[in-house]
Design a protein around this ligand. Structure first.
Ligand SMILES: Cc1ncc(COP(=O)(O)O)c(C=O)c1O
Length: 397
């Protein structure tokens, strides 16, 4: 048996490795608290679950769904975009439901990337942008996201020869893993850059609803001309705690949406219809759950930041997203530091380098830890500080 080169070259998915380590520890009876994956611990709101159960009882929903989704779902997505962002979408041509944003993010590379083509990808960034590119036979060109630039890419640094081969540009705000946000100005500059170089833009925006201190993230599609050159991926995973149900969407440029529809209709058979009805309920039902969840995340954010700063890790409170991007202490790399935390105090964080070279020097903590675990995890982090200062004292003797 000989595997394809594309599989041999495929790195293991970051969280598969982390989850394996956690499972090994737990199998040995060790208590591990994980701040690693951004998977909301708060349940899906009741009204959504009730709709899902009701729809699951209806035999109409036991059959193959249409691959472009229920017209009523596309309509509900368009209404939500108009009401939330003031963006008007044609539900038949500019909206496509997905089996979670991750699926669409991976598959859209097949619509644009031929062998040797380039996709401009943020570093650090959600790994699927580059993996999708590579599976399609292309090459990611990494755009560094650094603190000095507010974790926004500097398009001026992309060399001419790369620009000539670039077909796609990936951006993601509120950002994973840095927690940075972008304003309309940045999105307008992105549109200008993309138009100048004939590059299609994919904005990945699953965290627009997770925001703090009254801040309201904007949509890329609010930028003037955005729909002529790009699409936005979105998801119900984080907004409505629906990671387990697998539903998201892509909206925007009709040529791009249609191309992805063509790929998907050949590869999958759509989203289970009961889940589509649950998504319609999420968009059209009461929205107060979003404020309630954000209040919980904001309280956790403040507790985590305070503890990190207490133990000497520099981290700023993010305005949005589920993540805290913390600088690690001098003398560590992010993998060693992550291992040290796990071995010493049984706390899991994600090493920044897992998101790319420019993530080195950082770790990511997710705010999706239930309150009891959070308190325990934070007191363990305090314990980690104590053992290090003891170590420093002995090594100074
Ligand atoms: C930046 C980013 N995009 C997309 C996704 C995937 O979302 P979904 O659950 O809709 O596949 C995630 C999930 O963590 C993410 O962090």
């Amino acid at each position: 048996m000989r595997l394809a080169k594309r599989i041999e070259n495929l790195p293991p998915y970051l969280f598969v490795e982390i989850n394996k380590k956690i499972a090994e520890k737990r199998a040995k009876g060790e208590d591990v608290i994980s701040f690693a994956i951004g998977d909301p611990d708060i349940p899906t709101p009741n009204n959504i679950i009730e709709k899902l159960c009701q729809a699951a009882q209806d035999p109409v929903n036991h059959r193959y769904p249409e691959s472009d989704g229920l017209p009523e779902l596309r309509q509900a997505i368009a209404e939500w975009y108009e009401q939330r962002f003031g963006v008007v979408l044609d539900p038949d041509k500019e909206v496509l439901p997905l089996i979670g944003a991750k699926e669409g993010i991976a598959h859209i590379a097949l619509c644009f990337i031929d062998a040797g083509d380039v996709a401009l990808v943020p570093d650090p960034g959600y790994p699927v942008y580059s993996v999708g590119t590579m599976l399609a036979g292309g090459r990611p060109y990494y755009l560094p996201l650094i603190d000095k630039n507010g974790f926004l890419p500097d398009f001026n640094t992309v060399p001419e020869n790369i620009l000539r081969r670039a077909k796609l540009l990936w951006i993601n705000y509120p950002n994973c893993p840095t927690g940075a946000v972008a304003d309309l100005n940045f999105f307008n500059r992105t549109v200008e850059f993309a138009q100048r170089h004939g590059v299609a833009v994919c904005h990945d925006g699953p965290y627009t609803e997770i925001a703090f201190d009254g801040y309201q993230p904007v949509s890329f599609l609010q930028a003037s001309g955005a729909k002529e050159i790009g699409v936005e991926f979105h998801s119900l995973s984080k907004s409505y705690n629906m990671t387990g149900w697998r539903i998201g969407m892509v909206v925007g440029n009709k040529v791009m949406v249609d191309a992805l529809k063509r790929v998907k209709s050949n590869l999958d058979s759509g989203i289970p219809q009961a889940i589509q009805y649950a998504a319609i309920e999420a968009f059209r039902g009461p929205q107060d759950c979003i404020q309630q969840h954000n209040a919980i995340y904001q309280r956790r954010r403040d507790l985590v930041i305070e503890m990190l700063n207490n133990i000497g890790l520099e981290a700023k409170p993010p305005k949005a997203s589920l993540y805290i991007w913390a600088r690690i202490p001098e003398g560590y790399n992010s993998v060693d530091f992550t291992t040290d935390l796990l071995e010493q105090v049984g706390v899991v964080v994600t090493p920044g380098v897992g998101y790319g070279k420019h993530g080195e020097g950082y770790v990511r903590l997710s705010l999706t830890v239930p309150d009891a675990g959070l308190v325990k995890g934070l007191s363990r982090l305090a314990g980690w500080r104590d053992s290090r200062s003891k170590f420093r004292m002995t090594s100074n003797l």
